[in-house]
Design a protein. Sequence first.
Length: 395
Amino acid sequence: MPDMGQESLADFRAEIADWIDRTAPASLRDRAFSEDDICWGGKRWVFASDDQKAWLEACAERGLTAPTWPEAYGGAGFSRAQDKIFKEEMDRLRVKKPLDSFGLWMLGPALLAFGTEEQKRHFLPQITRGEVRWCQGYSEPGAGSDLASVQTRAEDMGDHWLVNGSKIWTSYADKADWIFALVRTDRDAPKHRGISFMLIDMESEGVTTKPIRLISGKSPFCETFFDNVRVPKSYGEGLSAIVGEQNRGWDVAKHLLTHEREMIGGGGSGLTGGRSVASVLADEGQDDPVIMGRAMKLGVDELAMNLTLDRYKDMAKQGGVGNASAMLKYYGTELNKARFELLMSAGGSDALAWEGSYGTLAPEWLRTKANSIEGGTSEVMLDILAKRVLELPGD
């Protein structure tokens, strides 16, 4: 969709704000929420309420779960300016997103860039409607930060691939319907070659998962095992199990990682209900000058981060963010950790309780520690920035 003039954008803002205000259920507005309140979708998803289901269906019908995706693939076809306005109005009205999904954040952008037309038309609308839940099969016990060392292999058996190996830190694998995974299809090629980006049905015989219990008491991460898993080379006419070229999956993987890092970098806390930490603390009667000073500084840092995200999204239209996504991921990680550190400091010893008036704060504070690992460790992000962005000399 072409960019609109200022008058047309003003009309668009009024129209979309009116639609959100009329359609969004009151129960999904203006309140703090935890990870348990997020709608992930999928074949086995159980909606938390009728309102959650109705909100997802209403947004999916208009393509608002993926506003910038083409209408043909289940999106709304919004321009960058329209998407920005839509998100601003969602924030202003303090309405929860209808759907969170690794399909939206990661697989979708990869399919848009590398998928066949058949793959896009088949998989993308399922993602936007929340019908299929995806997980990411990247890291392995011996291939974390050095991701190109993956050893999960897919052997060519004629009409299908035979997949063997394992993945680790596979978020929500035990709840996912499908997995997009990096597998080695040429064991003799250099490690950055010979890797393919493969789509695998989690209900396939030989796929098993084992949750990993975290310090927060939850188990969002899993080990995923592939034992002689038969993956058809085609799921239907034109529906190859491999995205992009065979043995060139590293190209797809790198593209996806930029979107994953942008997603992690732009993440916030649902516990504040879309408001700044400073306003939340002020409403709770917090008057400690040191705490409030930290909250105001955090607010300035968050504003700067949001402006930087907007700038990089504009850059993405001209050819992609590339290695600069490492900066977004690193700084976004530090901001989220700082946000929870401040909330914990403000709560004092009461915030350490697992239950009570502070609810899920302590577990979610502990969960933020994983932000420094997932999507690439902070050390690796800084290394990428030093070498690829700042072009500093190596050792």
